[in-house]
Ligand binder design. Sequence first.
Ligand SMILES: Nc1ncnc2c1ncn2[C@@H]1O[C@H](COP(=O)(O)OP(=O)(O)OP(=O)(O)O)[C@@H](O)[C@H]1O
Ligand SMILES: [Mg+2]
Length: 328
Amino acid sequence: MRAPVRITLFNHKGGVGKTTLTANIAFALAEMGRSVLLVDSDPQCNLTAYLLPDEDVDELLNQSSGSDGQTIWTAVSPVVHNTGPGRLVEPIAVEGGVKLLPGDIRLFEFEELLYDSWTDSLKRRLGALRATASISTLVSQIHRQSPLDYVFYDTGPNIGPLNRVLLLDSDFFVVPVACDLYSVRALATLGQALSKWIFDAETIAAVAPADAELLRSLPVFLGYIPQRFKVYGRSMAAEERIYLRQIEDRIHTDISKVLREFNDKLAPARSVDPKLGRFEDMFPLVLAAQREGVAIWKSSGGTSNLCAKAHRTFRSIARRIERAAQAC
Ligand SMILES: Nc1ncnc2c1ncn2[C@@H]1O[C@H](COP(=O)(O)OP(=O)(O)OP(=O)(O)O)[C@@H](O)[C@H]1O
Ligand SMILES: [Mg+2]
């Protein structure tokens, strides 16, 4: 059985479309016949709120501490309480046959454990290594029960220990960006944080006992996606175009170059354009899709032309991601 491709859309900057893009790329891959698991690993639970009705989300959160709960907290809580290994939780089928491992606000308790388990992993402690790898182990168990082609981790907007393990468990990461000044500046922090994480993970792997569970620790930069920019006529608004040019430069200097200096397999060479597509502002579609729990191109929020455009956008991004992942 081939291992699934694990991908994270990551930017520690908030509100840059991570959740919206992740869900809709997953729907597009599912349409292409791929088996996709979405892991809502952001304690904000926005992905879960997008894909399930409010009543279901409330019920899941109320029951997640019991042994028959179904959220990511149900899975990792035995590790947090030191009562045993992680618990296998069956994902829920959502839109388009995509599977969802629902999120949970209590995931922040797992994140507290991860602070110590990272430093204890450097001290070769098997329990700490197991805790660090517990979401990764859970995904592997789900895959063994029912094979997956792709796994997406949805991350919250921060550079914390939870996002560190999710990134380091990913084969690839994609950076969504808004075309504004803050996004330009955020890229430097992102590149530095990632290379430090990869360096630390290599140190942990080098000293770890032979039977330790380890994260894969080589997340390759697959590309970036400018999003939520305004289009007038057929062109991007002038001010956003200026920022996009700066982002294109910074993607190279602050991410690709930094990662390639570390290991040249970690990012494409300068000659390759790492833009995986563009997701323009489609506010009415996005809003209605959230209300209806569907892919944005199936939502009732816009004209058929806008829906068709959204569909083309995501089909194209999904194909580009698949091609880029296969090429690595
Ligand atoms: N292309 C778009 N057009 C219009 N609205 C969008 C678009 N993409 C995202 N949005 C809206 O912008 C907001 C932020 O998007 P989203 O939640 O996907 O970002 P995020 O990066 O996951 O945020 P967070 O950092 O809080 O997790 C949401 O309200 C979403 O509905
Ligand atoms: Mg989000």
